[in-house]
Design a binder for this molecule. Structure first.
Ligand code: ADE
Length: 225
């Protein structure tokens, strides 16, 4: 998979890709991630990429021209499955979306900044708008990092234990069951006996029951879906 991220703040984005699972995915050649600084795509003096809103109002708006230059240059080189714009008014990211996006070849992610982008960018280039939650961030960069993490960990071969992404919370529409590790007893708090029994069918059944109970208690909306 190839991910091209367009941003005015590449330095804000780089570190999440330099550690742990995302780093390993890149090193194994399972994903290529490229950062494109929007300022490299403007002809204006002082590398200007934003301007005042027509009609007045506070906040700067990212201009269409540098975004067009960057997206067009990328599209000349390969076909993109999705061109995603990170914005609080997009569809809220969920596991189903991450699963779907993990199956595609090439995506572009455009990070908004300041007030956002000229509406014509959204109308002309964007195929999908994604929010990471109902709150406003200073820009799309942190959202893009969250989106990329949720996708990249699903790519075959990225996680050591191939089954572990399948047992994640949400993967079967339920929250994950409780998990424990050593010690067996800590300050009087014990690990449930069943997990020490070696009876794997019974353990599986226990996990399913706990996942259901936890979902019913904490996220009943997931059961309605
Ligand atoms: N940009 C600003 N806020 C955002 C959010 N909640 N999700 C995605 N991108 C954003």
């Amino acid at each position: 998979m190839r991910i091209d991220i367009i941003t005015v703040l590449p330095e804000l984005l780089k570190s999440p890709f330099e550690a742990s699972i995302l780093k390993r995915a890149k090193e194994k050649g399972l994903v290529e991630v490229y950062f494109h600084n929007l300022r490299d795509y403007t002809d204006k003096s002082y590398n200007q990429v934003d301007d005042y809103q027509f009609g007045g109002g506070a906040g700067m708006v990212l201009m269409i021209e540098p975004i067009d230059n960057c997206i067009s240059a990328l599209k000349e080189q390969r076909k993109y499955d999705e061109i995603i714009y990170m914005t609080p008014d997009g569809d809220t990211l969920n596991q189903k979306m991450a699963n779907k996006l993990s199956l595609v070849e090439n995506i572009i992610i455009l990070c908004g900044h300041y007030k956002g982008v000229d509406q014509r960018v959204r109308d002309s280039f964007i195929t999908k708008e994604i929010s990471i939650g109902d709150y406003v961030l200073s820009g799309g960069e942190l959202g893009a990092a969250v989106l990329c993490d949720s996708i990249i960990r699903l790519l075959p071969g990225v996680l050591n234990d191939e089954t572990s992404a399948l047992t994640d919370t949400f993967q079967d529409g339920l929250l994950a069951p409780p998990i424990y590790t050593r010690p067996r007893e800590y300050k009087g708090a014990e690990v449930p006996e069943i997990l020490l029994s070696g009876n794997f069918p019974a353990i599986e059944k226990w996990r399913e029951e706990k996942a259901y109970q936890r979902t019913k208690a904490l996220r009943p909306d997931l059961l309605e879906e």
